[in-house]
Design a protein around this ligand. Sequence first.
Ligand SMILES: [Zn+2]
Length: 335
Amino acid sequence: MKREHVKKLPKIELHCHLDGSIRPETLRKIAEPQGIVLPADDVQLKNLLVAPIDCQNLNQYLERFDLVLSCLQTETALKAAAFDIISQAAEENIRYIEVRFAPSLHTQKGLSLPKIVTAVLAGLTCGQEKFGVKSNALLCGMRHEEISDIEKIVHLAKEFQTAGIVGFDLAGNELDFPPYTFEETLGLVNQLNMPLTLHAGECGCGKNVADAIHLGAKRIGHGIAVKDTPEYFSLLKDNNILIEMCPTSNFQTKTVTKLADYPFKTFLDAGIKVCINTDNRTVSNTSLTDEYMKLYEWYGITYADMEQFNHNAVNGAFISEKEKQLLHEYLTTNY
Ligand SMILES: [Zn+2]
């Protein structure tokens, strides 16, 4: 595959975090009016935003978000961040993207939860108007937070379901807060008919992936650890679960340390559906084009494989059947 062609081909992305994907230049523009001082040197700033190569684990990776989050505490900043992601998506011909964020992380200066969601959706809409990239958002509950606070986010998602919030997710510290910690909360998500994707098997064990599916997840963020528990492969297949793979991020968080352990082929050979994602464009210093090129370099994937992963993403997207049909047709015509 050729990078320039991969970049031009239409793509779908389902796993992209707002706070981990803002361009350093945009962060500067957002920080300045708020009086937040960032390093004047671009390389220095980037070093503060990108996860280090010797990052030890997921929790250390997550520390990279502190600086960005300190800047994302106003409506203007949130709107600009959301718009920025859509502009990046447009550059590499992403036709549909689901952007996720945790509203509770943006309340440091007193913004209300509905204002936070409204600001992000406004930024996505502006992006769509300017670049023609269709998007929706997913709300994340942070695992370390109080259950009652996470349930507020579930209700918030429901409140905005017709306005562009199409699903719910749990993000953050998986090791200390495995899926069954949230049995009741996720029961509420299902009861409210809110589509559910869960970070699971990013760290921790393969059983977390199986538990996430038992608790109602239709998609799994990362899912890597399930490679060591092949007894659950049929559970993934029988329930038509889509794994949102994020190759670069998985190596940074030390979910895997060597290519031989990365379960991309294992999943494909087992007939498990996967789609390809960036996770965090800035923190992981990547783009969707980069992710596909890595898979090409590592496994020799073809354009036909790439097309299939994008069809898989469409099938798993939290959108209507009609919208899916249009995206499928668009992919088929353009590959
Ligand atoms: Zn993620």
